[in-house]
Design a binder for this molecule. Sequence first.
Ligand code: HEM
Length: 448
Amino acid sequence: ANAVSLNLTDIQGDILIGMKKNKELFFFFGIENATEFKAKLKSDILPLVTTTTQLLDNTTQPTTALNIAFSQTGLFALNITDNLNDAPFAGGQLADIGNLGDPGTTNWVPQFVGTDIHGVILLASDTVDNINTELASIQSKLGDCITEIYSLQGAARPGNEQGHEHFGFQDGISNPAVSGYDSNPVAGQAVVPTGEILVGEEGDSFLSSRPAWAKDGSFLVFRQLKQIVPEFNKFLLDNPIHIPALTPEQGSELLGARMIGRWKSGAPVFLAPLVDDPILGGDRTRNNNFTYLLPGQTAVNATDQSRCPFSAHVRKTRPRADIGLETNNHHHIVRGGIPYGPEVTAAEAASNTTTIERGLAFVCYQSSTAAGFRFLQQAWADNTSFVHGGVGFDPIIGANQGAQRVVNGLDPTDPSRNITLITDFVVSRGGEYFFSPSLSAIANTLSV
Ligand code: HEM
C-alpha cells in the first residue's frame, strides 16, 4: 500500500522537507492584472520555484529558495473556479475565526482582516540581504501586476537558541513521516499515508472530489502567532512546582516543560519527568520514542498525568496512544514555521513586559485544513474535554476567545489541581489559508 513513487521534482520544496533556512520572508500579495500575472508566473516565477528534489541535494539548493501558494480569492482572481473541496480554505481564514478561539479580530494584523490576500511567496535563505535581493528582482519582473499587501520576516534565533522557538523550547522535532517520501521513520515518528499531506494521493479523504490539477499540492495554513515571552517567564517564576528535590528555578522549568510536554532541550517529559535531559533531547533515535504508554500497558491510564499532562501542547496536538492507533486518523500536519521578531531585550525582561513583537510564523501543510490544522486547534487544543473530561486547554495554543483558560494536570504533586491562566501567552495575529500547487499545476493550469 505504501508503494507510492512521488514525483519530487513536481512538489514544492517546503511541503515535505521544509526550506530550513535561517531566514524566511512571507510576502503576501494581491493580483492586480491576472493576464499579465499569469504570463509572468510562467516565464519568471515558475523557474524559481524550489522543488523537493532540489532541497534534498546540498549541491542543488538555490541561494534563496522560493515557494508560492494561493488563497481561494487568489485562485478566483486567476479564473480558476474548480472546487478544491476544502471548506475552511474556500471561506478563507477570517471566515473561520469562530472555529479557532481567537477573540475576534482585535489582535489581528489589519491586512489579514479581509480576503484581499491572493497569494504568498515564501523566500528562504541564509541572509536577509539575499532575500531582499531576490524579492527586488521578483518585484521588478512582476511590476504592478501584483501589489504587496503585507510581509513578515522570519528568523531563526541566534547562537545556542537556534532551532528553539521564542519561549526557549527546541522545535521541529516531531513531524510525521509521509509514506512514499520518508521511508526511514525514526522511532516514535507517526507514519502517515501520502494523501494525508498531499492532495490527490492515496489516503486523501477527498481523493475522488479533487480537480486533477490539484494532485501533489498541499494546503498551507499560515498563522502569525505572537508570543509574550517575558510574561510567560514571569508566570513560570511565580508558579514553581514544589518538589523537595527541586530548587524553585527547577520547579519553574518543570512547569514550563509540562506545559509543552518537552523540556527546552526537546527531551520529552514523558521520558524525563523531573529534570531536563539534554542528551536525550538531542538524540534523534530516542527523543520521539514514546507513546504515553508505560512498559507493559496496552492502554493509557486515563487518570495518570504524573509523567505528562494530558493538556501538554505536544500531547493535545498529537495524542499518540491516548486515542489508540494513529495511522489513518487524518489529524497529522507537517509543520514548517520559523520564529519572527528580535530576542527579548534587557528592558523587557526587567519589566516582565513585551514591548517589541515576536513570535512564531506558523506554517503547516495537510491535505485537509478541516482535519489538519483546524481540527487540532478547535477539536483538541481548545476543547477542554479532550482527551478526557476536565483536562482543560492546551496551555500554549489553546484559545478561549480571550477569556481565561483552565488547565489541569500541570502539577504532578497534585494532578487534580486546576491552574487558571489569565493571559494568553500566544496571541493570534491572524493569517490565511493557502494552496501550494505542484509545479505542473502552475505551468499547465494556474498560468494559462
Ligand atoms: C510540537 C511550540 C503552535 C502543533 C511543538 C513543540 C514545541 C511547540 C516546542 C515540540 C517540538 C516538536 O515536537 O517538534 C509551539 C509554539 C506555538 C505552537 C510556541 C505557538 C506560538 C502550534 C500550532 C499547532 C501546533 C498552532 C497546530 C494547531 C504542534 C504539533 C506538534 C507540536 C502537531 C508535534 C507533536 C508531536 O508530534 O508530538 N510545538 N507550537 N503547534 N506542535 Fe506546536
